[in-house]
Design a protein around this ligand. Structure first.
Ligand code: PGA
Length: 249
């Protein structure tokens, strides 16, 4: 059976200035000389969305935001709407990243509302879920992730383009990763919860793994059943590292 094309998405978080576009130019050049076997996306800080979209125009690289407000517009100082990201050239948006859930108290309900706002603006969300170390050690990883999937995906998501990213909080930026068996177990639970909530129509929707993905562990993680790609933080900032991951897909 033909394998679905994987999605390798880079999350630059609060990193990157105009000078960092040189990394993106290098990535574009490398992908032009040897096309990727997967979809490639970059999610820069809001200040770089428009410039990065211009830099990657004509390349297969998809651009995304890292968050959006659920409301369409208004008096929300410092925030950005889904339509603004779209207007700047994004086609994706990361939602419910653990750094937002933990740092800003974002609930499943809010993430679900943001996902609806993303659709309304024509963006495909990457909805993040994942357990903390405490929850993992208490044997609750599957239960926690299942409840996040059930409550963070709006019913309106069925039939739309989106992705889910499983990112254990304790694996983000730490160099730690779950075993391949643990990744497979949670990914299967995510798929089951998605089907329970949204029906069989989402059977091909990618479930990305995220958390300390590097060039040297990418290929084995991407080969795990139900892993449909990767959400990459630190290793997406430098073209050679990100390319190393892309080439593993
Ligand atoms: P990391 O971050 O690859 O630096 O662990 C992943 C993420 O937070 O999406």
């Amino acid at each position: 059976m033909k394998q679905p094309v994987k999605l390798i998405a880079g999350n630059w978080k609060m990193n990157g200035l105009g000078a960092s576009l040189a990394e993106v130019e290098a990535l574009c050049a490398a992908l032009q000389s040897q096309p990727a076997a997967c979809r490639v996306a970059l999610c820069p800080p809001s200040t770089l969305v428009e410039r990065m979209a211009r830099t990657t125009a004509g390349s297969p690289i998809e651009i995304g935001g890292q968050d959006c407000r659920a409301e369409t517009h208004g008096a929300f100082t410092g925030d950005i709407s889904a339509a603004m990201l779209k207007d700047a050239g994004a086609i994706l948006v990361i939602l419910g990243h653990s750094e937002r859930r933990q740092g800003y108290g974002e609930s499943d309900l809010l993430v679900s509302a943001k996902a609806e706002a993303a659709f309304a603006a024509g963006l495909a969300p990457i909805v993040c879920v994942g357990e903390t170390l405490e929850q993992r050690e208490a044997g609750r990883a599957v239960e926690i992730v299942r409840s996040q999937v059930m409550a963070s995906l709006p019913l309106a998501i069925a039939g739309r383009a989106f992705a889910v990213a499983y990112e254990p909080v304790w694996a983000i930026g730490t160099g730690l990763t779950p075993t391949l068996e643990q990744i497979e177990e949670v990914h299967r639970a995510v798929r089951a919860a998605m089907i329970e909530r949204l029906g069989l129509g989402i059977a091909a929707t990618p479930i990305l793994y995220g958390g300390s993905v590097k060039p040297d562990n990418a290929a084995e993680i991407l080969a795990v059943p139900e892993v449909g790609g990767a959400l990459v933080g630190g290793a997406s900032l430098k073209a050679p590292d990100f390319l190393g991951i892309i080439r593993g897909a």
